[in-house]
Ligand binder design. Structure first.
Ligand code: SF4
Length: 329
């Protein structure tokens, strides 16, 4: 008998090999949540179709992401890990939910306006309904909680409102309002020292990169812009290298950098070398596990297939209740 608190759902687009921003912002939390909750983790490939122009890399990106998730510590024998399109019930629920969602509510969403701005030549019907599909993802598995950063809270509120609309329209209680599990998501800045770490900006460090590649990327990191010469004192408070030291270095090393940087006692090159060394040491067990998993990617596909099978059992139960509540013949 499981003594876990309930079911958590989270999904992420198949973006391929994951970077430190993905790891610190989501994957680490996914791993930790498994101790408290029954977790359902979904690679949302259908969501990706709303904005991608080619699906050429979709399969490869999916397996790369799954490899990172599993190597990082997601336990598929415990958690359900699967691909969204392998559970077609989500598309059916999406359709039903769309009937209780006013169009104006979707087009007024700031996220929709932002998407139009980013993809002005591809404003498709799926893009408008994106939050409805996202709600269907959560509601299909009757998740009791969804881990989100503060900025994503409106998405969960949207899902909660959708539950109320559906249950009211069909005079039922078959859909469950998910609770928000607000998570402290650290904003991980890229190696440019300015923008959020992202693959598209090429300011990222892949967690599965080799030690050499990692060191190369760390050495490219932008530091305190005021520190022009080795003899100039620096300010770690405005230096992204220092932010990473706080995560990957020992308290003694952090203290040393904090003190020595301010009096030019340590140069940026040595400071970065230390970070690269610590980062590589911290990621070494993950990389070793990933290398093992990579030897048999068929087994990783099997994990995803098995996850879909288990997800469909839950999905089918929900859909039986949903169809009945609607009164479908
Ligand atoms: Fe940043 Fe380290 Fe250089 Fe100080 S010594 S500016 S913390 S890289």
């Amino acid at each position: 008998m499981s003594n876990k608190k309930g079911r958590v759902f989270s999904g992420a687009r198949p973006t391929g090999r994951q970077h430190l921003g993905n790891y610190l912002g989501a994957i680490k939390n996914y791993v930790a949540l498994q101790d408290e909750y029954n977790c359902v983790y979904c690679i949302v490939d259908v969501h990706a179709l709303t904005t991608v122009e080619t699906t050429q890399n979709l399969r490869q990106n999916t397996i790369e992401m799954a490899l990172d998730w599993l190597a990082a510590g997601i336990r598929p024998e415990e958690s359900i890990v699967f691909i969204q399109s392998h559970v077609p019930e989500v598309m059916e629920l999406h359709t039903y939910l769309s009937m209780v969602t006013p169009l104006g509510k979707l087009t007024d969403l700031p996220t929709f306006k932002e998407k139009i701005r980013l993809h002005p030549n591809n404003v498709n019907y799926g893009l408008v309904g994106y939050p409805v599909l996202m709600s269907a993802d959560i509601l299909l598995y009757r998740a009791s909680a969804v881990p989100v950063g503060v900025d994503q809270a409106p998405h969960i509120e949207f899902a909660r409102e959708t539950v109320r609309s559906f249950n009211f329209r069909y005079n039922c209680d078959v859909l469950v309002e998910p609770q928000m599990k607000i998570t402290q998501v650290p904003k991980v800045i890229g190696i440019d020292g300015v923008q959020k770490m992202s693959k598209s900006l090429d300011n990222h460090i892949e967690i599965a990169a080799t030690a050499e590649e990692t060191q190369k990327r760390v050495m490219q990191m932008v530091t305190d812009p005021q520190r022009q010469r080795r003899s100039d004192p620096g300010n770690p408070d405005v230096c992204n290298v220092f932010s990473f030291h706080k995560i990957f270095s020992t308290p003694e090393e952090v203290e040393m950098v904090n003190t020595e940087c301010r009096k030019a006692g340590i140069g940026c090159v040595d400071c970065k070398k230390m970070l690269a060394k610590n980062l590589n040491a911290s990621l070494a067990p993950f990389r070793a596990r990933r290398a093992e998993l990579e030897k048999d990617t068929d087994a990783v596909w099997d994990v995803l297939m098995d996850g879909a099978k288990r997800a469909r059992v839950i999905a089918e139960e929900t859909m039986t209740d949903v169809r009945q509540a609607i009164g479908l013949p």
